[in-house]
Design a protein around this ligand. Structure first.
Ligand SMILES: [Zn+2]
Length: 397
């Protein structure tokens, strides 16, 4: 009672205070009140060394780590070695800023969240935001920074701006200066200095809270959107890989389809005492049935070999044709092996047998050339049964 009376007396020392009207209950947005802002005395440029943490540097220079973040334009409290940070040096105060009784000063520890602290101290997040209106995020607390925890009366906690008094500040929020003084345990308002913390009872930093909530929601959406895009990109890449693999498998099957039937039959026919290859060394450039340069359907196989390479009879037989072809074979030989089986050798540079002549399997009958419809030296080799072309691979080893 004594204290309150004393306070009243002191208030009366200020002119017209007693007659102050209680202003509209709608407070001005708390954002219009300068919070925190300690007078600056200069800067220190500091280069981050291994092992440094923001909280550690802040403690060494006795500044709030958040002030270093603001001054250095840091987005978070992670530092990199070699990075230069700007440390704002605050004027040395004759005394620490006053903190109202019932407000606990808590130093944020790594892992603390607003939600966990609110739960621990039995407060709402809005209570915490109101006591710390300079908070910049509902999710990220800076380890080592100070957080004000109202243990009794809840309200907006602001640093008394330069040039303001407890009375003017109370008026701006539509509060009774007497009630504000009481809540802050103040008996002599003249003791208050700029920078001292004043609790404005019942005032909530709702605007700040809503802004932080909106920001939190926007960040959450941005994270979800980024994650959705990442998943989409992963799906797209997986689909691309699947298509490439399918195309590769199809190509493989096609290549096998071209060769497999021949090699399947070839094994059987060879066992039946089929034929020998007409060249000692070659490279197959066109298979039977494949679309070629001069034919829609290739009636034999092309074996590429240097010009002049000897061509041997694939099987013993009688020379039926040895000469020039008018239908693209150029110089060619047809051997009759009996039983309706014939072999044909085309595009020769030279023929060394005559029609009617008997040749043994392996005997040279001519040489590789590029006569007739041919784009380069090779042997076009055909097998015919009763006049119909067959896949030569089915008859060759
Ligand atoms: Zn050919």
């Amino acid at each position: 009672m004594r204290g309150i009376l004393g306070a009243l007396c002191l208030f009366c020392a200020l002119p017209a205070l007693a007659k102050l009207p209680i202003l509209s209950p709608l407070p001005l947005p708390e954002a219009t009140v300068e919070v925190g802002g300690a007078p600056r005395k200069g800067w220190v440029l500091y280069t981050v060394r291994p092992g440094d943490t923001l909280a550690g540097i802040a403690a060494r220079y006795r500044v709030d780590p958040r002030h270093i973040m603001w001054s250095s334009g840091l987005k978070n409290d992670r530092l990199q070695v070699g990075q230069e940070v700007r440390i704002p040096l605050v004027a040395v105060e004759e005394r620490e800023p006053r903190v109202p009784p019932g407000v606990e000063v808590y130093r944020v520890r790594p892992g603390d969240t607003l939600a966990s602290l609110a739960q621990r101290f039995g407060l709402s997040i809005l209570d915490l935001v109101s006591a710390n209106p300079s908070l910049e995020s509902l999710d990220r607390l800076v380890a080592g920074s100070l957080l004000y925890i109202p243990r009794g009366t809840r309200g907006l906690l602001v640093a008394l701006p330069e040039g303001e008094t407890l009375v003017s500040l109370s008026q701006r929020f539509g509060l009774s200066p007497v009630a504000v003084a009481r809540s802050n345990g103040i008996q002599d308002p003249t003791e208050l200095r700029a920078g001292d913390l004043v609790l404005l009872p019942g005032i909530e930093a709702r605007t700040t809270y809503q802004r932080l909530r909106a920001q939190q929601e926007a960040e959450r959406r941005a994270r979800l959107e980024a994650e959705r895009r990442r998943q989409e990109e992963l799906r797209r890449l997986a689909e691309q890989r699947r298509r490439q693999e399918a195309a590769r498998q199809a190509q493989l099957r096609q290549a096998q389809a071209r060769q497999t039937p021949g090699s399947e039959v070839r094994r059987v026919s060879y066992q039946e005492g089929g034929m020998r290859w007409p060249l000692a060394s070659f490279r197959i450039t066109t298979y039977y049935g494949q679309r070629g340069v001069f034919q829609r359907y290739h009636t034999g196989i092309d074996l590429a070999a240097p010009h002049g390479t000897p061509i041997m009879a694939a099987k013993s037989g009688q020379v039926r044709v040895a000469g020039w072809s008018s239908v693209g074979y150029g110089f060619h030989v047809v051997l009759d092996h009996g039983g309706g089986l014939e072999t044909l050798y085309a595009h020769m540079s030279r023929i060394t047998v005559r029609p009617g002549q008997w040749v043994e399997g392996g005997q040279v009958i001519g040489h590789v050339g590029s006569t007739g419809w041919s784009t380069g030296p090779h042997l076009h080799f055909e097998v015919r049964v009763n006049g119909t072309p067959r896949n030569p691979l089915a008859y060759l080893p």
